[in-house]
Design a protein around this ligand. Structure first.
Ligand SMILES: [Mg+2]
Length: 457
């Protein structure tokens, strides 16, 4: 039996009893509410392999093809309510472990749900389950809803200029007003922004995450100043290493574009004192997110929700967007990458915003038919297909990179300054394995010594 919202909200005594694990059933208006209502009686996990849409596919396949693998977690409570959560298995702030599942079984979902150490999927499912059991939206469990609509961003990894322009158009067609991508030395960032911006109104924003690749303020500033000439360019994330407080302060001061850094490095108080960025990237579990939100509210700095996964994760993120006052930069959830949605209804975006759901739990239903169709064995380790990546410049130079076992092998090489530095004319693509000895030889050379300049196939 599912208790009613009225029972739940008026039941401060009931809540106290539940939280203290009282054995006594609490009666109100004839309905029995016991702690068994919120007891975790079953946890099921299903791994799915989600195919990317065509444009993300040819770009994600260079560096992070493993973003296809997601684990859906379903938590059933004693009252029958089933909550759903998701862990993007090989890109997450915390994977749900077998030990976490064992720990949660038999426990109170209310007591467990704020424990970030349970991992993304299990924690999300607990919030959804409690919300459904209590007939309240997740945002009511998090705090007070202060935004009825919350901004969302489209996302893609770095792509060719043509792919970026096409994706920006698709984003705009679907009601988005911002596009976030990576700034990388193996593409021509000027050509990317010029091409994409040509088809966009000034109110459609482009945000670029450099992940340290601009290295230092002296080298970063000429590039950032040139890109800021486009009115669409709105946020730069982590242009140089975040620990370089003085360098980041110089960049933040010099550009009209807003500068974002992942919360926590440098210490948030240092950010406020130094002015080394304009806002924070917020990620992690529910407790951490709310802590980040409180800091941002006190310091009056905007935050950027970045919870990555399919629509399930995006739905969870909407609730944080609803309660966090400073969640004013468009959330990056990456669910636009995938061909099929795991939700029965789409997250509708218009004017760059989505409605914060008021239906119970996440406010969206898992499409169990799609989940069944995409179900695969959980990989024992991160899948690591052989990949050979070719970068060419207009003067004919060719450079080859191969995967080497590290997750972001291209980013790592960029931050070791092994690529030419943001040279105009750079183009990068995956070289398909055509089964020839020549491909294999070039792959092996690139894997052993790359990135390296070499003749092509
Ligand atoms: Mg980032």
């Amino acid at each position: 039996m599912v208790i009613s919202r009225r029972h739940f909200l008026s039941g401060a005594v009931a809540m106290a009893g539940l939280l203290q694990g009282s054995r006594a059933a609490i009666f109100r208006e004839g309905a029995a509410v016991s702690e068994k209502h919120f007891e975790v009686v079953d946890i099921r996990r299903t791994t799915v392999r989600m195919e990317f849409r065509e444009v993300p596919r040819r770009n994600m396949d260079r560096e992070i093809p493993h973003w296809r693998y997601s684990e859906i977690c379903e938590v059933q409570l004693g009252c029958g309510a089933v909550g759903v959560g998701e862990t993007l298995l090989f890109y997450t702030w915390g994977a749900t472990t077998d030990a976490a599942v064992e720990r949660a079984r038999g426990g109170s979902a209310i007591q467990l749900m704020w424990d970030d150490s349970l991992g993304a999927g299990l924690q999300m499912a607990l919030f959804d389950a409690v919300g459904r059991a209590a007939e309240v939206p997740v945002h009511a469990l998090l705090g007070t809803k202060v935004h009825s609509r919350t901004p969302l961003s489209w996302w893609n990894i770095d792509t060719s200029a043509a792919d970026m322009a096409a994706e920006c158009q698709e984003a705009m067609r679907q009601g988005y007003l911002s596009y976030k991508t990576k700034g990388r030395p193996w593409f021509d960032v000027f050509e990317q922004v010029r091409t994409a911006a040509a088809g966009l109104p000034p109110e459609f924003k482009i945000d670029m995450d450099f992940n340290d690749t601009l290295r230092d303020a002296d080298r970063a500033l000429p590039i950032l100043k040139k890109l800021e000439e486009y009115p669409q360019v709105d946020i730069y994330e982590t242009p140089i290493p975040q620990g370089d407080v003085e360098g980041n302060r110089r960049i933040t001061e010099a550009t009209r574009v807003k500068v974002a850094m992942h919360y926590g490095n440098p210490a948030p108080a240092t950010v406020v004192r130094s002015g080394c960025c304009d806002g924070f990237v917020a990620g992690g579990g529910a407790a951490k997110l709310m802590g980040t939100g409180r800091f941002c509210e006190q310091s009056e700095l905007p935050l950027w929700l970045q919870l990555v996964g399919s629509g399930v994760t995006a739905a969870f993120s909407l609730h944080f967007g609803g309660v966090l006052h400073q969640a004013v930069w468009p959330a990056v959830n990456c669910h636009q990458l995938y061909e099929r949605s795991l939700l029965t209804e789409p997250i509708v975006v218009s004017g760059g915003h989505a409605q914060v759901p008021d239906r119970p739990g996440l406010g969206f239903e898992l499409n169990r038919d799609v989940m069944a169709a995409l179900k695969v064995q959980k990989p024992v380790a991160r899948p690591e297909p052989d990949r050979l990546i070719e970068t060419v410049w207009s003067d004919g130079r060719k450079m080859y990179t191969a995967n080497n076992g590290t997750v972001n092998f291209m980013l790592e090489a960029a931050n070791q300054e092994r690529y030419p530095f943001f040279e105009a004319g750079a183009e990068t693509r995956l070289v398909p394995d055509n089964g020839t000895a020549a491909w294999r030889m070039l792959y092996q050379k690139a894997r052993a010594g790359g990135p390296m300049i070499a003749d092509g196939l």
